[in-house]
Ligand binder design. Sequence first.
Ligand code: ADP
Ligand code: MG
Length: 703
Amino acid sequence: MGGAANILSSPIEYLKGVGPQRGDLLKKELNIFTFKDLLEHFPYRHLDKTRITLIREINPQMDFVQVSGILLNAEIVGNNRMKRLAATLKDASGELDLVWFQGVNWIQKALIPGQPYLVFGKISFFQGQPQLSHPEIEPITPEKTEHRNFLEPVYPSTEKLKARGLGGRQLAKLTHALFTMLGEKDIPENLPPSLISELKLAPRFQAFVQIHFPSSPAHYEQAVKRLKFEELFIAQLRMGLIKMQRHRFSRGVVFEQVGELFNTFYEQRLPFELTNAQKRVIREIRKDTGSGKQMNRLLQGDVGSGKTIVALLCMLLAADNGFQSCLMAPTEILARQHFQSISALLGALPVNIRLLTGSVKSAERKKILTELKEGSVTFLIGTHAIIEDKVEFKNLGLAVADEQHRFGVAQRAKLWSKAAIPPHVLVMTATPIPRTLAMTAYGDLDLSIIDELPPNRKPILTVHRYDRARHEVMGFIRSEIGKGRQAYIIFPLIDESEKLDYENLMKGYENVKAWFPEPRYYISMVHGKQTNEIRDTNMQRFRDNDTQIMVATTVIEVGVDVPNASVMAIESAEKFGLSQLHQLRGRVGRGAEKSFCILLTGQGLGREARERLNIMTATNDGFKIAEKDLELRGPGEIEGTRQSGALNLKLADIVQDRQLLETAGRLALRILENDPELKLPENEGLKNYLKLTAGKTPWSKIS
Ligand code: ADP
Ligand code: MG
């Protein structure tokens, strides 16, 4: 397919009507370097040329309009910075002002008063009068009117390009010129024939023609579907290949046996029966770590599903095989809590466990670092301080990262460099990412899911109350405390460095104190500005039930586990995102008692805030909430997906096209399972295409 590749890879300036100057602009403004780039510069809308608005009928509800009329005048007015080109267009019903602020000389030269023009642009109102600023304008010629029956593409463009006659509609001329040079062989089919017929997809060449110049809206839909599918399918296929390649070629340490530590712990110290989901995940991890390949696994489990114990069992497995392991948490509070609870769970088992965080004093730190290097520390628990370069292990076999959504790809890579053979990596998250998104955003990780909560958990009852019902809410918290329970009261501190937020928190604290006076009640407070000592003391007092109320910011969000706390009130709940609310709520409902979450807000909520609150009161299911979150905010906002860069999509949208994404993922997997090296004739087009567009696919190792 040499010839095919050649024409599309031609530099854009060689296209008829482009040339060096416009070519440079296209490169700078739109990143269009080659014919192929132009081919993939898709129109954002199509214009029905037969739909022309009468000037008199223009009203403020309209967005874009197309009008046709005689150009009465076009004059440059004002001077210097205020210089603009003002023109008037007249049709049978009235007159309309057109105005340009940039490229005025150039545009004026091209306009001929007295001639008929077709004008398209976004309507705005200036001093009560409708006008079009920087519209697209072109003379109406007899030849043009003949073609009025098709949908004309409008492309994304820029002011600079518009000034050079390459506006949204003029780009169509270039695309048109390009297509006159292209034949089917230049855009060869890349999907297997069986797939095309199974999904009734439009052929590739046709799809490209129709997405630019559709012969009907239905053809356009078909073309878009085909090209979106292709995009999603190829992206996931590529990811699958990378993953397979990693599985086949990356050597990992082997945890051969289940030994003394694991067994003793399991039989004598495990305080509960594992859920089936926990058992299944441990089996998956054992299989990975025994295979001789390096594990890269993402463990997703809703808040309270019991991920910590899974991590601990895996760490014991590593220890049984003579390897060190580490557990990383995103916050100091959580690191300390893990250290405490794991130490308590281990009891007298002979495991040397250490805590390393930013606040460990230097003498102690030195000692830990030495012991780590010598190998006498078995478990290292800490914050991300653990992966600093100074920290050296003797033989790190397993690294667990709790709350992965704050743990990036680069950090994982850092871990791999900590041992001759890269350690197994288990990342855990309680921010459930919808499955489809996980497949794409974390495509290089294998996925385990704990989809079951420990038994006897009572669902958390969530309600929404307005501030004016505060009296009633505080009364309820009092009655729960009266029964021996504890409560969280959460304040929004979006950015902990903001002085204003801090003052709000302090005011809030004083209010809480007024509702819950000493000596009946004692209050802990935890926020990001405290020293570690003070924060620890406050946490510990709450954990010991010396304080009944915890006033906190979102530092409490991740992982904190105090089962006796059964009420949470969230102040200004409308200011929190969905996944954050769900995380926060996960701090209650951890014991055997019925738990409550009260979302407090002011009046006058926006539509989205209202929707978030409705979802929170309707469900406890983290996966459902994550799906909804994705819908409301879009994928770019979901943590962890931004840095992934795994999917660089031009057409498809992983929220709107979720269904197609899933289908494409399923089919990509099917092909990889049947024909992992794409050797079948049926998959030849696919293989050629992947080679042609190879960036990251390590083909040398596959074929
Ligand atoms: P998360 O998945 O949110 O990190 P944790 O690991 O903190 O959850 O576990 C939440 C609570 O559930 C802890 O108190 C833990 O001891 C308890 N737990 C975990 N697994 C089980 C189980 N199988 N049966 C009963 N309780 C469990
Ligand atoms: Mg946890």
